[in-house]
Design a protein around this ligand. Structure first.
Ligand code: FAD
Length: 428
């Protein structure tokens, strides 16, 4: 005769992570590192792409698209700078601490990190290939509505949606029609050009002279070997380069990197007026020196310029009408902009999100909770990545994502303990 025994088990906290790029992977790793069997969590990762990990930045397969920081700074695991390097060594890829792997390799690494993540006893990790399109506040939880029509109940929602495409340029789009490409990160955009596609393109204008422009220039250089590529921005200034050899501490890069290490602490001490002044007056100079290209890319860029394949100008020196193709490489628009993401649109509509005072990101309070349109903090939601611009200054690079993931893990662990105390009777 079988005996029914009544026992209890902790109720796992339900966590939905929307987005499956670098931020999501790094979040999950740190979240499970902090989870105890007594306070388990069920994590669902929602991502429309087939693979979780690469996201927008690391899905490119172009061999010249390398990461823009040293391998030792890109570990997905806080406190373990050798993690990426060891993973590469396991594949027979010899990566120095100050080398720059391809973004494809880095995307594979992120996917592998998630595949191999240690899920503590009683917890679970589920991936779902879908898109979140709405977020509905219920009495004591959130309902994450998916494009497939399903809805997931969540105690905590992590929003890791990444970077929106470049700012819309409606006047240029209207004037240039199909000759204007608004989003160089849209996969295969050159295959979708109307008419004869790239066949008749002789002159290309890239709007912007930052890292996105460089990515696009090296793609186009192969697709259009005889074309002239002109890159133009307001000041026509190019990103600076990393150096591989360790410096003796007196290089300007050492100073920038030292400040970068506590840039967000400095930011926290600034008044709203000083933050606005930094964003308006100094940010351009800071970003130019802080977001550096790999030495290999710098070398290649010199070659492109020496051979006349790539010409750099200021905006007042170019007329977009004179080009066969104009590609916007101006950097991402702010996350709370309508029209790039159905979930963000729905949240704007519901008043769950609003732009911050600087207009650079979502209105958030530490450690990452949004403030709704009535001024209430929503502790069940946590934003990672680009949306945080303004709460902090450095928000999207891997070291920033690690710091955010640590803060998230604390928030989730605390909530999981509370949920575990609400023990549900269970028959087994
Ligand atoms: C081209 C490029 C190169 C970069 N190179 C570097 C680098 O070398 N080093 C570095 O430190 N940083 C780099 N960055 C910064 C970069 O933003 C981060 O490293 C990292 O990719 C950010 O991760 P994320 O998860 O926030 O965004 P992403 O990696 O873009 O992931 C966001 C994911 O969310 C998904 N998503 C969006 N909306 C929804 C929705 N509604 N429902 C479900 N899923 C959704 C998207 O499909 C996407 O996969 C780069 C950024 C870009 C754009």
């Amino acid at each position: 005769m079988s005996v029914l025994r009544t026992t209890t088990r902790p109720r796992p906290l339900q966590v939905v992570v929307v987005g499956g790029g670098a931020a999501a992977v790094i979040a999950v790793v740190h979240l499970f590192r902090r989870t105890s069997p007594d306070a388990p969590v069920d994590v669902h990762v929602i991502e429309p792409a087939a693979r979780v990990g690469p996201g927008l930045a690391y899905r490119t397969e172009h061999p010249r698209h390398t990461v823009n920081n040293f391998a030792e700074r890109l570990s997905a695991v806080d406190g373990d700078p050798g993690h990426l390097i060891r993973w590469c060594a396991g594949l027979g890829l010899d990566l120095g601490a100050r080398s720059f792997p391809s973004r494809k390799v880095y995307g594979d690494y992120l996917a592998a990190v998630l595949d191999g993540v240690d899920v503590p006893a009683g917890s679970s990790l589920l991936r779902r290939r879908d898109e979140a399109v709405d977020l509905v506040p219920e009495a004591d939880h959130w309902s994450v509505v998916l494009a497939s029509g399903a809805a997931l109940g969540a105690d905590r929602v992590v929003l890791a949606l990444g970077n929106p495409p470049p700012r819309a340029q409606p006047r240029l789009a209207e004037r240039l029609g199909a000759r204007f490409v608004p989003d160089p990160w849209a996969p295969g955009w050159h295959q979708r050009l109307p008419g004869r596609g790239l066949t008749d393109v002789r002159r290309v204008l890239l709007l912007g002279t930052g890292l996105t422009m460089l990515d696009t220039a090296v793609e186009l250089e192969h697709l259009l070997p005889r074309a002239e590529i002109v890159a133009a921005s307001r000041r026509g200034r190019l990103p600076r380069a990393h150096v591989v050899e360790p410096t003796d501490g007196s290089d300007w890069r050492d100073a920038v990197d030292a400040v970068r290490g506590f840039a967000n602490q400095l930011w926290a001490t600034l008044s709203p007026a000083d933050r606005a002044r930094f964003a308006e007056v100094y940010a351009h100079e800071w970003d130019l020196h802080r977001h550096r290209m790999s030495p290999a890319m710098a070398h290649h860029l010199s070659r492109l310029r020496d051979t006349g394949t790539l010409v750099v100008r200021t905006l007042d020196q170019v007329d977009p009408e004179a080009f066969d193709l104009v590609v916007s490489c101006t950097g991402p628009r702010p996350v709370p902009t309508p029209g790039w993401n159905r979930l963000v649109d729905a949240m704007l509509e519901r008043g769950l999100v609003r732009a911050n005072g600087l207009g650079l990101g979502v209105d958030l309070v530490q450690p990452g909770h949004p403030v709704d349109d009535r001024g209430r903090v929503l502790p069940g939601l946590f934003w990672m990545g680009a949306a945080r611009k303004g709460l902090e200054w450095e928000v999207g690079a891997v070291p920033d994502l690690r710091a955010q993931a640590l803060a998230l893990a604390d928030v989730v662990a605390e909530a999981a303990e509370v949920a575990a105390d609400e023990r549900a009777p269970l028959l087994r």
